[in-house]
Ligand binder design. Sequence first.
Ligand SMILES: *Cc1c(COP(=O)(O)O)cnc(C)c1O
Length: 479
Amino acid sequence: MSARVDVDGTTAALPTGGPGALGAPWSSGVRRRPDGEVEVAGVGVGDLAAEHGTPAYLLDETDFRARARAYRGAFEAAFTQIGTGVDVYYAGKALLTVAVARWATQEGLRVDTASGGELAVALRAGVPGAAVGLHGNNKSDGEILAALDAGVGRIIVDSLVEIERVGDLAASRGVVAPVMVRVTTGVHAGGHEYISTAHEDQKFGLSVTPGPDGGTSPALAALEAVVARPELELLGIHSHIGSQILDPSGFEAAARVVLQLRADLAERTGVLVDEVDLGGGYGIAYLPADEALEPAPVAWDVAAAVAAVCSELGTPLPRFSIEPGRAVVGPAGMTLYTVGTVKPVTVSPAAGASSDAEPFTRLYVSVDGGMSDNIRPALYGADYHAEVVGRLSDAAPVLARVVGKHCESGDILVHEVLLPGDVRAGDLLAVAATGAYGRSMASNYNALTRPPVVAVAEGDSRVLVRRETVEDLLALDQG
Ligand SMILES: *Cc1c(COP(=O)(O)O)cnc(C)c1O
């Protein structure tokens, strides 16, 4: 295969918003009006704050749909080119609401879930069971039964214990459960490189590497255990190598390992599985200087690698699937806050800095949310970008840190960003690219109520998930 896939640029490229758009990391519908106020999909942030309050998660529906289409379009083009098909599953754990599940389905994606709760949201949205996958390293009997009763398209099993459990529960229901086995390939990716390790020290998956006594690898043993149970139908092999991946070579390396395992299984048992899933992890831009991963080149690289390896191994091509979460919803979202206090803090140069290093001032800008609505900076040191969005200022920029209102000094939303020197209480401030793992990882720390999820499209906004109230919290408290 030498020619590059000729993908249709309108469906396979990520949305940019065109002239006037603020551009990445903001969603394509974000622009600054001539008077300096920022709008999302035609609605000014002032109106959004007045109608929905702050903090609020804003979701640019058109942008979400365009990203879903871009991933599907790019992978369909590339895998059709090599002569097989592909299914794109939206990884619901990034953000799942009934409307979001419907958008994904309407754009031709399937939906992956990782718990009974996520499964319930997908089913409430009307996603057909056959288009839903269930993940998890410790699914309960109840979750497995709910999946079987919904007729889910696949249960991704993660251990020998679980293979027996799913087999027994399928037998109890008199059904055959469609399963994939999650394996670990030793390939770990995230950021700009991948690393390879033989032995895995993590809770997910079954290793393709034989244990210290040699012999069969845990992955092969699990695949054989599935083949041995008549209540289980072995659909294929699953591998997820990491997140926020910017270099597609990790996917190619994982594909090689999985395809080799598929060939080994076929040689030992005569069973050649039909499907290979390479998981999610496609990286996005969080900062203005970041490059997002475009789906079309990745799709082509992975498809070309799959075609080459299958031809080396002499095995027919499998059907493919991928599971992007962050890449579909992350850039479509932003969080709108109101600034409450502003405090300059003098910072001494770090110990060991050169003796002529001067103390400097960092402006602490406190907003009305924090680590309860976005835990990623505190949890992973994740970087975000923020701007004052209610007005344009010509004040000189100053080094600022955006912090929340929690009783925790690690309650940081943006470690370092230049904000106008006149930023003040009452300003509307937005943090970009919070669509993935913001609301879905939110908590009620300090008994804060979780913000609403508001969809904005074509000059209109609507609430997808309403703001929690203190009454909601008190209703759980039995006194
Ligand atoms: C988290 C996860 C995904 C989605 O990852 P993103 O980085 O959001 O694309 C996909 N598949 C599996 C199995 C996951 O655990």
